[in-house]
Write a protein that binds this ligand. Structure first.
Ligand SMILES: [Fe+2]
Length: 438
């Protein structure tokens, strides 16, 4: 979409907004009203809060700011301000009910599409290349992924359905890929819908290292678990051990033991844990402990991005591991097309120039890096998007999951969360220094 102008840009933005709404509608129509207003976990908002919050952000940015229109519901701004009310408190607020919330988001969308059709897409940084519409699309898709995580936490019968993710399509893969030392361009200054924390592009030197060709699988993770990895203090960081013992963590979230084997519950379906899929629902601390047990470490964020984007033939950084084209179903497991990660080796067409697989899609990958702004960072359009989260308490995750929409992921995209989090679709892969022998 970099070259799109005028009408085509508007059509592209309208299509992206419409696709996001189709998904929000499907996720909220899948359950009854009682379920929509219920809090399924203290970690999550009721689904009806997410829905009206999506509308509220769209009203603030597209209707009021870009469009300069009259507010629709200034009385509810406070209720849906994520900074005023922590998730645990949201059920006790006088929230819009399911039908009110649905009517509100539809009304906002009508106005937003009218603004998109009429306002000039230049002259203001917020509307340049329809940025505000891209930002709001990504915001809605991010909440859709959050709502998908709420579905995973919800008790009861399965209500979401999708075809199984593809099985392995690649031949034998090496366990690791070597990434040569040298500089590469990290971040972007040209991607039109990139958010403030992905900017600006800047050169980073990365020492030579080895990176796992694929994310760590359930099968590999089981070896760690079965060899007593959760009980051995030496594999864990101090904070990780404290967390693991205080909460009696003994396996990835949603796993349980039955008749001698490991099972998992996924969106209401119980099944044996498949060995060849990337492990998911592990915390940063579990990822770190596994890596130590394996004689490795987690990659830094810069290492991850170099492995994903650097093309040694041109010296350039790509938008995605496979090149500059938008993701298709052949490249990556994205967009909730499937309700879980695909087997490792399922996306040979999505491999990076250096030969690393499944960097985009399947599972978010923990990195060892704290969330900070790049050199030259400037908050845009508001500090609360990223800047207020900068600091040592958040770790960066990369690459998106099966639940991430293609519009909300790219080689430069950065996610962040607390190292204890496991309800997100988080996995990892390991790295090791090139100079250290085996
Ligand atoms: Fe939000």
């Amino acid at each position: 979409m970099r070259e799109l102008g005028g009408d085509r840009l508007r059509a592209h933005a309208a299509e992206a907004l419409t696709r996001a709404r189709r998904r929000s509608t499907a996720l909220t129509d899948a359950v009854d009203d009682e379920d929509l207003v219920r809090q399924h976990s203290k970690l999550m908002s009721p689904l009806v809060w997410d829905l009206a919050h999506i509308g509220s952000q769209e009203e603030l940015w597209l209707v009021r700011d870009v469009g300069g229109r009259e507010p629709l519901r200034p009385d509810i701004d406070d209720l849906y301000d994520a900074f005023r009310h922590p998730r645990a408190d949201r059920p006790s607020l006088p929230l819009l009910g399911p039908s009110e919330a649905r009517a509100y988001v539809a009304q906002v969308r009508d106005k937003a599409l009218d603004v998109l059709a009429r306002e000039p897409m230049e002259g203001r940084r917020l509307t340049e290349a329809a940025f505000a519409f891209g930002m709001i699309t990504q915001h809605e898709q991010q909440h859709d992924e959050t709502m998908l995580a709420t579905h995973q936490l919800r008790q009861g019968e399965a209500v979401l359905h999708a075809p199984p993710a593809p099985s392995r399509r690649a031949g034998a893969l090496p366990a690791e890929v070597f990434v040569p030392a040298g500089p590469f361009v990290m971040g972007t200054s040209v991607e039109p819908w990139a958010l403030d924390n992905e900017r600006p592009a800047h050169e980073v030197h990365v020492d030579a290292f080895h990176l796992d060709t694929t994310p760590v699988t359930n099968g590999a993770y089981l070896e760690f678990l079965e060899s007593g990895g959760y009980d051995e203090r030496r594999w864990w960081s101090e904070a990780g051990w404290e967390y693991r013992t205080a909460h009696d963590i003994t396996a990835p979230r949603f796993w349980y033991r039955e008749s001698g084997g490991w099972w998992r519950i996924r969106f209401g379906v119980r099944e044996p844990v498949p060995a060849d899929e990337p492990v998911v629902h592990v915390s940063f601390y579990e990822a770190q402990a596994y890596a130590a047990w394996a004689g490795k470490r987690l990659p830094t964020e810069a290492e991850w991005e170099k492995a994903a984007r650097f093309d040694p033939a041109t010296g350039q950084s790509r938008r995605y591991p496979w090149g500059n084209e938008e993701p298709t179903a052949e490249h990556a497991n994205l967009g909730q097309r499937h309700l879980g990660p695909a087997a490792v080796g399922a996306y040979p067409a999505g491999a990076s120039a250096l030969g690393v697989h499944q960097l985009i899609g399947d599972v978010w990958e923990w990195t060892s890096t704290d969330f900070h702004g790049y050199p030259g960072f400037a908050a845009f359009p508001y500090r609360e998007y990223s800047e207020v989260f900068f600091g040592p308490e958040y770790k960066v995750l990369r690459g998106g999951s099966f639940g991430t929409d293609p519009s909300a992921i790219r080689g430069t995209f950065r996610n962040w969360d607390y190292p204890i989090r496991r309800q997100i679709f988080s996995g990892f892969r390991c790295a090791r220094d090139a100079q250290v022998r085996g």
